[in-house]
Design a protein around this ligand. Structure first.
Ligand code: FAQ
Length: 323
């Protein structure tokens, strides 16, 4: 059963004890509940980064919207890219329940004071990339995000339920596109293999640094914001993806990839962690372009935000008069 305690009824130590108990009993923390400042900050950091990723993540696939090979593919891709915008909005709303403002978070993104996922700093060079992003990038996102539906913070967990349902469609559309291409010409099959070669390692890096170099995991697990470590989720993704690659008929570009019967998991090679550091630090192939586009879109949208605010103020004034 969930119990709500008003902060003004308890002292600091008792508030902390009550919070710890709720976490231990797997009860949700809601925006009006007392929470330690570190918990709030961690959530703002993670949710904001996640929201920024969804919004920046529209760019690589948006690159192909005007060049899809058919109307059907265009309708699918448009729906997917629009879903990503929606995910960003749910997540900014979840972050706002923690007392931050979406406008402030956007400013922090475009000023490079907040991060977004490394994966969106790679270019989409052929239409096969659209399929591979759905298969691998959305596949990795699902692996990482399904456990977040059980995250201890209520608004985040609830946003993730809907997001995960939509991500499943994203993954399926990508895999279906690749299946179609693999049944096509030799050139199409080569395109799929080449795109898989480029996206495989960056997809593994989406899960974050190895556990030994992940400063946030331990505390986030203790607070049940994260339910699994970065390495656990990476392993789960590899185990899930290898049979899919076999069914598709592509080779994953890792000579060390093999089934380990003793562990009951696939062994795989070490991603190049210096590349992850470089990309997170702004040195990926598309970092500059992604942020420049986001900044331009923000500036060009200024009049829309002003018009919406003026409309809302007018409505509120009318309602006030009618009362
Ligand atoms: N990229 O201590 P940890 C999508 C940072 S899916 C950039 O392990 P944590 C769907 C990390 O923030 C992609 N930065 O951190 C889609 C931290 O820096 P900080 C988004 C990374 O938080 C599909 C530092 O490194 N998904 O958008 C990355 O415990 C297709 C140390 O790392 C999410 O955001 C990285 N890959 O674990 C959309 C999921 N990895 O903040 C369009 C929610 C780590 O201390 C098209 N987030 N860093 O300065 C999470 O699950 C976690 O935040 C992790 C990182 C697992 C990403």
């Amino acid at each position: 059963m969930t119990t709500t305690v008003r902060a003004d009824q308890l002292g600091d130590a008792e508030l902390q004890r009550h919070f710890d108990e709720r976490i231990a009993h797997d009860q949700r923390i809601e925006p009006r509940d007392w929470m330690p400042e570190g918990y709030r900050k961690t959530l703002v950091r993670q949710i904001a980064q996640h929201a920024h990723s969804e919004i920046i993540g529209m760019q690589p696939e948006g690159n192909w919207l005007t060049r899809t090979p058919s109307l059907r593919r265009k309708a699918i891709l448009l729906a997917k890219v629009q879903d990503e915008a929606g995910h960003g909005l749910y997540l900014y709303s979840a972050a706002e329940t923690l007392g931050v403002d979406r406008a402030e978070l956007t400013e922090k993104l475009i000023d490079r004071r907040q991060k977004y996922s490394s994966i969106f700093n790679y270019p989409t060079l052929t239409f096969a990339d659209i399929g591979v992003i759905g298969w691998l990038v959305d596949g990795a996102a699902i692996c990482n995000q399904v456990p977040l539906c059980r995250s201890s913070f209520g608004p985040y967990a609830r946003a993730m339920v809907r997001i995960c349902k939509e991500e499943s469609f994203h993954q399926r559309q990508g895999y279906e596109l690749l299946m179609t291409m693999m049944r096509g010409t030799a050139e199409q099959r080569e395109m799929v293999q080449e795109a898989t070669d480029r996206w495989w390692w960056p997809s593994l890096m989406m899960f974050g640094p190895p556990d030994a170099d992940s400063p946030n995991t331990q505390q986030s697990m203790a607070w049940r914001i994260k339910r699994h470590t970065n390495d656990e989720l990476r392993q789960k993704f590899v185990d899930m993806t290898v049979p899919q690659a076999e069914a598709l008929g592509v080779t994953l570009p890792d000579p060390e990839l093999r089934w380990n019967a003793e562990r009951g998991h696939y062994d795989f090679g070490e991603p190049d962690w210096s590349e992850l550091k470089r990309v997170i630090g702004g040195g990926g192939p598309c970092n500059e372009q992604r942020l420049a586009r986001r900044r331009a879109a923000h500036e060009e949208g200024q009049w829309v935000r002003e018009a919406a605010a003026a409309h809302a103020a007018k409505q509120a004034a009318r309602e006030e008069v009618a009362r």
